[in-house]
Design a binder for this molecule. Sequence first.
Ligand code: NI
Length: 170
Amino acid sequence: MAILPIRLYGDPVLRTRAAELDEVDRKARRLMGNMTDTMKQAPGIGLAAPQVGVLKRIIVWENDLEKGSLANPVILDREGQVEGDEGCLSMPGITYPVVRSEWILVQGFDDSGEPVKFETRDLTARIIQHEIDHLDGILFIDHLPPELRSEALGVLRDLSETWEQQEVAR
Ligand code: NI
């Protein structure tokens, strides 16, 4: 297993749509494992493949209650709306409240390539919605009302300068 470098806000890969997998092969399985390690080490509770520079439709998550990984995830149904704070490993340092569906029905393929379909709610539903957004080049700040979004962009502009200094220092 390996810890992969996480792409940060401003990297065009985060704004690009990721492609469906034809199958969950050994390479995809290894990526899921490495993404899980990378997420846990960050530490974070969710990660999408574009965040490690891979434009494939793969997400992983782990919180106190549930963990999993999915290829080609699709939300089939959703219910309710709930607001909750979100952050993102590609945008370290900012947290904003985002409205998400409270309950979702999800389908995809697990790490053995088996088709799975399950329902989940609250935090896990929030994470999965956030990560699937990443596969479509959507970031959580895109869901903010205009005023909050421009505030977030301002903070990100300042923060990204410190990221660049850290990159140079590394
Ligand atoms: Ni994120």
